[in-house]
Design a protein around this ligand. Sequence first.
Ligand SMILES: Nc1ncnc2c1ncn2[C@@H]1O[C@H](COP(=O)(O)OP(=O)(O)O)[C@@H](O)[C@H]1O
Ligand SMILES: [Mg+2]
Length: 364
Amino acid sequence: MNMIELKQVSRRYGEVQALAPLDFSVKQGEFVTLLGPSGSGKTTLLNVIAGMVTPSSGQIFVRGVDITNAPPSARGLGMVFQNYALMPHMTVFDNIAFPLRVRKMPKDEIRRKVRDVLDMVRLPDIAMRKPKELSGGQQQRVSLARCIVYNPALILLDEPLGALDKKLREQMQLEIRRLHAELGITMLNVTHDQDEALSMSERIVLMNQGRVEQIATPDELYRSPRTAFAASFIGTANLISGTVQDDIGTHVVVSTPLGMLRAATASQTMSRGAAVKLLVRPESVRMTSAHRPPDDHAVDGICHSGTLEDSITLGSVVRHHVRLADDTQIVVQQQGTRRRAEHERGAPVLVDWAPEDCQIILQD
Ligand SMILES: Nc1ncnc2c1ncn2[C@@H]1O[C@H](COP(=O)(O)OP(=O)(O)O)[C@@H](O)[C@H]1O
Ligand SMILES: [Mg+2]
């Protein structure tokens, strides 16, 4: 069942089309992330769902019921913001109890519920403190607890971890995932951080300039991006422009500034003359010294010569930046740091990749 469904929802601010008409749904119990650069319409979309912003067109359904014109309080949704939005003069207990008091719940039941959710977010001993006596991570746990306590159908999270440092952010990502799994609450999260989206979500709605660019699982989005934007936003992409020469079933031949390249067959038959981009991920590129070409070089025939411009160690992987003869820059990623010493900056190198690791991207 769909917990939430949007049909042709859009929002305009004067000349600015913050959201183009878009459709998507979130299934009951699912964890979905809206991912996109700043200004792509994520907050607008979340606020439209929450009822804080009126859509210019379209309909919103919660469990099949049209709530497009319902006030925020009648939607049964919870919201967690980046700036916590806790009431500063109230204790943690009172902050969490607030939505229950509004709902006129009996006192001892409120006490029991608040204790339970504080245990759930692993903050059992801070009920009597004020928000300013807590760290950022603790405040965010309290906002989560305040949301969970009244059992909303759906929790909307707008960059909830944006203000936390990297370590704490990763810890809170795990916490939110655990709560999602334990409670089975449907969650719609917003972030501009691709790593957060990839590590937390069951599905990602990738947004760009108020439009939905692609909806896919993290794995699909990385392996089969539909557009050049999606390919570059998720991970690092080597993109090479070209024109289709021939689609011979087993692979596609594409004319590029690097010469004729072979690409894996696309989901559709490619017609001759079609303008495309080719995507090769950095971990699919092999780099060897030009003085010691690989054994299969002659067989494959498509090694590209270039110059190693820089190598950067990122923990367990090394990224090499190679400038090819025609000025194309190729990023190469290798595992392990031992290999770094093998190639000096400025050294002549050869790069190549298997045709099946070269994907055709149809759209910009
Ligand atoms: N209240 C508003 N008035 C005018 N323009 C707005 C308003 N809210 C958002 N916008 C515009 O809509 C676009 C999307 O904004 P937003 O939804 O906040 O993006 P995101 O959350 O992805 O950063 C931006 O161009 C922004 O300037
Ligand atoms: Mg935003």
